[in-house]
Design a protein around this ligand. Structure first.
Ligand code: FPP
Length: 258
């Protein structure tokens, strides 16, 4: 099972949380919260938390791929994060450049395809280039999809979808009565994920229990796992624990248990 995660990180996995290999969630989405608090607790600048958070992204990508997850969506920057001080925003914009510079060869080696959803045209040119290059360089990989939400906001995403659908109705391409659930899903930024577009489980770190404008449509039937550690302290063992918890939930999708 573990072809990528190194020995030390594998040791973090615990026998107490043995996973059913036949019930691994296909799409895991993570709200990576708590970088700032992690840093402040150590009397470090907030950006030190983001840097450590980037290293955690690498380890969790390895663990998720080894566990057989099909799509790992990571909330890296929201449409609301522009409100932060310029220094912090600039740093967060540089992180994808550093990340892809150092990690794309490993992603290719392990057959991981990069996808990015969000209003990427509003990102600085260097960030846009790093993202476009990573997508291009990994486009033939058919293993896990590493899906970054970057300058992503769910209300904006839904608004854009509604505008597109309204336009199609206006031009006579479709009738209002032809707009279905499926039409809306097709117009969201997750559409390219096909059968895996809706997360099976959403994990949020740092003890906060809210959704923060993340995949509001797509999480209709997702399971939620809220965990106390800050994102830089997140480990493969905690991912395993979250999946274990997911595997012990009864998903009914509005119906009744069998
Ligand atoms: C939330 O913590 C985290 C973010 C807004 C940024 C997340 C980014 C990373 C983990 C690095 C991403 C890496 C790549 C490769 C793009 P916070 O700063 O809101 O924490 P706080 O609530 O403690 O202040």
């Amino acid at each position: 099972m573990f072809s990528w995660l190194n020995k030390k990180d594998q040791e973090d996995l615990q026998d107490d949380f043995k996973l059913d290999p036949n019930n691994i969630p296909a799409h895991v989405a993570i709200i990576m919260d708590g970088n700032g608090r992690w840093a402040q607790r150590r009397h470090l600048p907030r950006v030190a938390g983001h840097k450590q958070g980037m290293d955690t992204v690498k380890i969790i990508t390895q663990a998720a791929s080894d566990l057989g997850i099909k799509v790992l969506t990571l909330y890296a920057f929201s449409t609301e994060n522009w409100k932060r001080p310029a220094d912090e925003v600039n740093y967060l914009m540089k992180l994808p450049v550093d990340f892809f510079d150092t990690f794309v060869p490993d992603l290719i080696k392990h057959n991981v395809r990069v996808n990015v959803m969000g209003y990427t045209d509003q990102l600085p040119a260097k960030t846009q280039k790093a993202v476009a290059d990573a997508i291009e360089d990994t486009k033939d990989c058919d293993g896990m999809v590493l899906n970054f939400a970057l300058n992503y906001g769910s209300r904006a995403e839904i608004t854009t979808a509604v505008q597109e659908i309204a336009q199609a109705v206006k031009t006579g391409e479709m009738e209002p009565s032809e707009v279905t659930d499926e039409t809306i899903s097709q117009h969201l930024m997750t559409a390219s994920l096909g059968q895996y577009r809706d997360p099976d489980v959403v994990i949020r770190t740092s003890g906060e229990e809210r959704i923060s404008n993340f995949l509001l449509w797509q999480i209709a039937y997702s399971e939620f796992v809220f965990m106390a550690p800050h994102w830089p302290d997140f480990t493969p063992g905690l991912l395993q624990q979250a999946i274990y918890e997911y595997q012990h939930r009864k998903r009914r999708f509005g119906g009744l248990s069998k």
